[in-house]
Design a protein around this ligand. Structure first.
Ligand code: EPZ
Length: 418
């Protein structure tokens, strides 16, 4: 298990070119089994979630070729409809393999993904939606077995605009008989990217980014060479780090509208932000003022995936911030670790009250989930003295070359293998 050793107090300066978005690359990889022609996806980040998804694809019989610039998936010989349990446990978001494996094989078997480090993560919306498309589902012994001689288009209303459920429905409906309409669909930019990817393969999908998505089933999808959108959560993480520590950075590859809610809060905190096309420039003196309240919401609201990182910023902002986490049950596990660094945080259920302190001091802290781990790195970069951030397996799931990119910005950070 690796750890970071961080000497805090440095301001951050420079430019960051962003990886392709983890949360778009994962569904695109799942979608690659929808054609028996070659699929090439560029700028794929070297992160563990992607490696796990590639393992799943090879387990169902895809041939994977990978180099630094791209991944090529050839699923012409894909044979298995069963997604291995050990990989489903590793990668919860493998659940949206269900939709694409069903479309390819008319059946699918997956172990119940279960909860994870940030909450229960139910999949009831996925399963009820697949049933609407004519899928027979048997849940037994911790497995979900799906059969669908023929996937039939249907009208589906989601109780909650779930990102994964929206993606699963699209992947199951794209070659179904007839037309499928998803109402109260997730509006995240990653959904638009999935629509663009599939339409470039010959699908007929419209409305992504709005609340209603229409999918007209097609017979065939062809291979593609595609570059996904930039990772807006990675961009937000570095922008929050620079806002917290002070300095001036520019992110390249994510349009500001994809993280507008975060940029709005950072401006309220006192950061200067200029944007042009897919460039976002932020400067900060590192002495921010707190905003009163931040509530996480589905897109275009404040992203839950930036809540922890923003909590680290609030720890030394002047004033008190109330954070409400509306998406997941246990996304405050980083708070106890911040307190070891001198933060003043009270957590009750889905609410955190963070009173800014003059300074944080270095400490040995342990990450327990992906974005919480990023939050601890940000706090350690800000803290006076040396910190150790333990259990990097979490941040390695979603941030390619995290320490390398931070070092380029002037951070004193090194990875130590233990
Ligand atoms: C996606 O997860 C992202 N993961 C998450 O990013 C992100 O936090 C989340 O969307 C919200 O934006 C990927 O895209 C791989 P949801 P997903 O279904 O699809 C409830 C990260 O850090 N729900 O939109 O699992 C659920 O309990 C990860 O990169 C149901 O009730 O999220 C939650 O409260 C973490 N029933 C809410 O919806 C269901 O069937 C949002 O979940 C499905 C979801």
């Amino acid at each position: 298990m690796d750890k970071f050793i961080i000497d805090g107090g440095e301001k951050l300066y420079g430019k960051i070119a962003l990886q392709s978005a983890k949360n778009t690359v994962l569904p695109l990889l799942a979608a690659s089994v929808l054609t028996d022609e070659q699929v090439r996806i560029r700028n794929v980040p070297t992160i563990n979630d992607v490696e796990n998804m590639l393992h799943i694809l090879s387990e169902v019989g895809c041939v994977i070729r990978r180099n630094k610039e791209y991944v090529v998936i050839d699923s012409s010989n894909a044979v298995s409809h069963e997604i291995p349990a050990r990989l489903t446990r590793e990668l919860r978001s493998s659940v949206f393999m269900l939709g694409s494996v069903l479309t390819r094989f008319q059946r699918a078997k997956i172990s119940y993904p279960g909860g994870c480090d940030i909450g229960l993560r139910p999949i009831d919306l996925h399963l009820s939606s697949l049933k609407r498309l004519g899928v027979k589902i048997i849940e037994k012994d911790g497995y979900i077995e799906c059969q669908a001689e023929k996937l039939q288009g249907a009208e589906i209303l989601l109780d909650f605009p779930s990102v994964g459920a929206t993606e699963n429905i699209i992947l199951a409906a794209v070659k179904a008989e007839g037309c499928t309409i998803i109402r109260n669909a997730a509006k995240e930019p990653e959904i638009i990217d999935l629509q663009n990817f599939l339409n470039a393969m010959g699908a007929r999908i419209r409305g992504a980014g709005g609340g209603t998505i229409v999918i007209e089933g097609v017979k065939r999808l062809r291979g593609i060479d595609y570059t996904p959108i930039g990772d807006r959560i990675e961009a937000g993480t570095y922008l929050i780090a620079a806002a917290t520590c002070g300095g001036e950075i520019q992110t390249i590859g994510v349009p500001p509208e994809n993280i507008a809610a975060l940029l709005h809060k950072l401006r309220e905190n006192g950061c200067k932000i200029h944007t042009k096309n897919d460039k976002i420039e932020l400067s900060s003196d590192g002495r921010l003022k707190s905003v009163n309240i931040v509530e996480t919401m589905p897109f275009p609201g404040f992203p839950t995936d930036m809540q922890a990182q923003y909590g680290a910023l609030c720890a030394t902002a002047r004033g008190t911030t109330l954070i409400v986490e509306n998406l997941f049950e246990t996304r405050y596990r980083y708070a106890a670790e911040l307190k070891r660094m001198g933060a003043d945080v009270i957590v009750r259920d889905r609410t955190a009250i963070i009173r800014g302190v003059e300074r944080l001091h270095g400490a040995c802290v342990t990450a327990s989930d992906l974005r919480g781990g990023a939050a601890l790195v940000i706090a350690a970069l800000k803290a006076e003295g040396q910190s150790a951030v333990m259990d990097l397996s979490h941040v390695d799931r979603g941030y390619a070359d995290f320490e390398g990119k931070l070092k380029k910005l002037g951070a004193k950070i090194k990875r130590v293998r233990i």
